[in-house]
Design a protein around this ligand. Structure first.
Ligand SMILES: Cc1ncc(COP(=O)(O)O)c(C=O)c1O
Length: 379
């Protein structure tokens, strides 16, 4: 009987999560912006060297905040990769923007910077690069094009915390960046996110938008003697219980990243020859990039073999998954004019991509079993 079970993802306690949650309750402050939220902010600001980090209830909400901060309005155009999660686009469409889907590079699956210039129009208000799998986009070229046209850059860094491009942390290039702490990410609070703010001029308004459009943050700092409604906003701040969980994970940063590096390298070493022999594409890490070790994906030769492989692994107790569908071909994407053939690389890789089990408690013996199974897959 087959008793093997290798989860795609498994949330695990890595340090003092339970102790800190208890402490958060004993602190008498379990709503937002309590002591643990402040510790998380300080950790991100110190480690990344960003002027301001604000925890949010999700990366989706950090993206929504950025769209408000960039004053996106109906008829504005926002350029983003076609191969990304719906939240990257929804945040801007919610403000009335028209999305412009750019195809991705066939090697890194990141926004293809060589197509960027041609996609810019007088209506372009923002460019939203996504660092897929925590491997940096070509930020040198992207920032230069954005600067020359006076267009804002907002990095969707959901996957890329602690990844680097040319020695600089991902999330520190644009005027802002979003992070995700969803349970599949390197560091998690179940659901959660953060907005990193690199342009200090945006900080005060970001605090207001995050606090329901009120100047409550200034009130708590004693800068005003009562707080009131001063802008649009929503409730984007997480409970301090979630921040307590997250901070315990941050404290184990080195251990988590070291383990994930080992997992990634074991897959890569174990599958290199097999991939070459079967026309399977493994992830490409450009020399300029240090990845965040968020995931391990492979591109199978075609959809049929990708689907067969997912089924083959599942029948043997190993859970693998595909990833994004082309946004321009979704119902919403088509309503903005998306048609088959608009983004050929995304259309192809979306069919071919498979993600292998990858999480903070994956063992080398589980990985060995996954690698052995892959090597027995009947192409
Ligand atoms: C690129 C990207 N952006 C945004 C998100 C949304 O993250 P969250 O679930 O924290 O809202 C995801 C989700 O995984 C993602 O992959």
């Amino acid at each position: 009987m087959n008793t093997l079970k290798v989860d795609f993802n498994r949330p695990v306690v890595v340090g003092k999560e339970f102790e800190y949650i208890k402490q958060a309750i004993e602190n008498g402050h379990i709503s937002g912006d309590g002591p643990f939220t402040k510790k998380c902010h300080a950790f991100l600001e110190r480690e990344l060297g960003v002027p301001k980090a604000l925890l949010t209830t999700s990366c989706t909400h950090a993206l929504e905040m950025s769209a408000i901060l960039l004053e996106i309005k109906p008829a504005d155009e926002v350029i983003l990769p076609d191969f990304t999660f719906v939240s990257t686009v929804n945040a801007f469409v919610l403000r009335g923007a028209t999305p412009v889907f750019l195809d991705v590079r066939p090697d890194t699956l990141n926004l293809d910077e060589s197509r960027l210039e041609a996609a810019i129009t007088p209506k372009t208000k923002a460019i939203v690069p996504v660092h897929y799998a925590g491997v940096g986009c070509e930020m040198g070229a992207i920032m230069e094009i954005a600067r020359s046209h006076g267009i804002a850059v907002m990095e969707d860094n959901a996957h890329g915390l602690f990844g680097k491009y040319k020695g600089k942390f991902l999330g520190t290039f644009g005027s802002m960046a979003s992070q995700s702490f969803h349970e599949t990410k390197n560091f998690t609070s179940g659901e959660g996110g953060a907005l990193l703010i690199n342009d200090p001029i945006l900080v005060e308004r970001a605090e207001i938008i995050r606090e329901k459009g009120t100047n409550r943050s200034r009130f708590f700092r004693g800068q005003v003697d009562k707080y009131t409604w001063v802008d649009i906003g929503s409730s984007y701040l997480p409970s301090d219980i979630l921040a307590a969980f997250l901070f315990a994970q941050f404290e184990q940063c080195e251990k988590i990243q070291m383990h994930r590096k080992q997992v990634w390298e074991m897959y890569h070493a174990g599958l290199k020859d097999w991939a070459n022999a079967h026309n399977v594409q493994l992830p490409h890490i450009p020399d300029d990039c240090e990845q965040s070790y968020h995931m391990f994906y492979m591109l199978l030769p075609d959809l049929e073999r990708r689907q067969n492989l997912i089924a083959y692994l599942r029948e043997r107790g190993v859970y693998s998954v595909f990833h994004y569908l082309p946004l321009h071909l979704s119902d919403m994407g088509r309503s903005f004019g998306g048609q088959v053939g608009d983004c050929p690389v995304t259309e192809r890789v979306s069919d071919q991509l498979i993600r292998l089990p990858f999480h903070n408690s994956l063992t080398s013996s589980e990985q060995e079993q996954v690698i052995d199974l892959l090597q027995g897959f009947p192409f």
